[in-house]
Design a binder for this molecule. Structure first.
Ligand SMILES: [Zn+2]
Length: 398
């Protein structure tokens, strides 16, 4: 179905309301919504609702020549829960709840009856210097991304949308990964020893890095002393350390060095003790980019069972689909994550983990970065890969 967008500022004589047929369904939705509202998900804050829901939206059938800069999304439902209207103003969510006519008056009303709402996504593993598709990524619903290897100058010209937390070059060994392959042109800083690795961390931090990336591979790779020293230095700077470690022995080295995040789900089988040992740390999924083998899927399940923090990520650049990737969502489902877990891995969990405080939930004060979806992502997570509408900081992206 198509969505109705009424009251655009460019059409000063237009109604602020959607056509009457959607009014009928919107008010029917409102009158039936009181039970589900009371149980709506934790993503909403009842305390900030601007009305109780006892009054349906038909009271808003006013027309106005101009809007006051507010947008309201009316008639949708929150992922996994009940009816939720959102007010967006100056780039932020300014009210949530079930709105009455007073809230709608003067606002640009966007009827999303029959649709579902969730926060915009965070991709915790991309390469936007390697594959410069930032605008496409945002347009398909990704509000923030963690860029895990780029030449140093990239740190000075980060995309603004999506918001990017970037590592800059990996801190690696002389001739280490990825300097002899895809990352030959500045994607790694080659370090001979611990002193050089610490200096490299200082260099990327001074250039603006928000995270540090240390690959751990077969030789040449940084030795355990250098890994531990570089990790400690990053932590002194207040930054988390992500590794590229694809097999058991390298995950063990990462653990010993104090690394925080596996930038990929390892692709070779992990020993149970290795997975358990990673329980208090984090892993970025990147299942589809590596073919989603059974061993990889099993590793993600084992890490999750161990209590590891699961972060949705695609390795965009290695993978090519600039958006919330259907292949990654499908692989996460195959690995045993349900819709709620997938949604968390792409929204609230990474927002909290990376300190992206304005993202991750639909609450007053959060960024107005919102996905409008055809289905409930909790029961049908694949709908995330093709949002019906994407709002970023209150702006409806084309
Ligand atoms: Zn990568």
């Amino acid at each position: 179905m198509s969505l109705s967008i009424a009251g655009c500022g460019a059409a000063p004589t237009s109604s602020t309301r959607a056509p009457s047929e959607s009014d009928a369904s919107a008010s029917g939705e409102a009158s039936a919504s009181s039970e589900s509202d009371s149980s709506s998900s934790a993503a909403t804050s009842a305390a900030t609702a601007s009305s109780s829901g006892s009054e349906d939206t038909s009271g808003a059938e006013t027309t106005s020549a101009t809007t006051d800069g507010r947008r309201v999304l009316v008639g949708g439902r929150v992922a996994g829960g009940g009816r939720l209207d959102l007010e967006l103003e100056d780039g932020f969510i300014t009210a949530v709840g079930v709105f009455d006519g007073a809230t709608l008056e003067g606002a640009e009303v966007i009827d999303v009856t029959g649709k579902w709402l969730c926060p915009a996504f965070i991709d915790s593993h991309v390469h936007l210097a390697y594959l410069p598709v930032a605008s496409s990524l945002a347009a398909r619903g990704v509000a923030a991304a963690v860029d895990l290897a780029a030449p140093l100058p990239f740190l000075e010209r980060l995309p603004t949308r999506p918001r990017v937390l970037a590592s800059g070059p990996m801190v690696t060994a002389v001739a280490g990964y990825p300097t002899l392959g895809w990352g030959a042109n500045g994607y790694g800083i080659e370090c001979a020893d611990a002193t050089a690795a610490v200096a490299a961390v200082d260099l990327v931090v001074s250039a603006g890095a928000a995270v540090v990336k240390l690959p751990i591979t077969n030789p040449p790779t940084l030795d355990p002393v250098a890994l531990a020293a570089a990790t400690a230095r990053a932590h002194e700077h207040g930054l988390k350390v992500v590794t590229h470690a694809l097999e058991d022995k390298h995950v063990q080295l990462a653990r010993a060095a104090g690394v925080d995040v596996l930038g990929h789900t390892p692709v070779l089988p992990l020993e149970p003790a290795t997975a358990t040992g990673w329980g208090g740390r984090a892993v970025v999924t990147t299942l589809a980019a590596f073919g989603a083998s059974q061993a990889t899927l099993d590793n993600l399940g084992a890490l999750r069972d161990a209590g590891a923090t699961i972060l949705y990520g695609t390795d965009l650049g290695n993978s090519q689909d600039a958006g919330i990737q259907a292949a990654e969502l499908a692989a996460m489902m195959t690995a045993g994550l349900d819709g709620a877990a997938i949604l968390a891995a792409g929204t609230l969990t990474p927002a909290s983990y990376w300190g992206l405080d304005t993202l991750g939930s639909l609450e007053v004060g959060k960024a107005a970065s919102v996905l409008v979806l055809d289905e409930d992502p909790v029961s049908a997570p694949m709908t995330l890969s093709a949002p019906a509408m994407v709002f970023m900081d209150g702006e409806l992206l084309p």
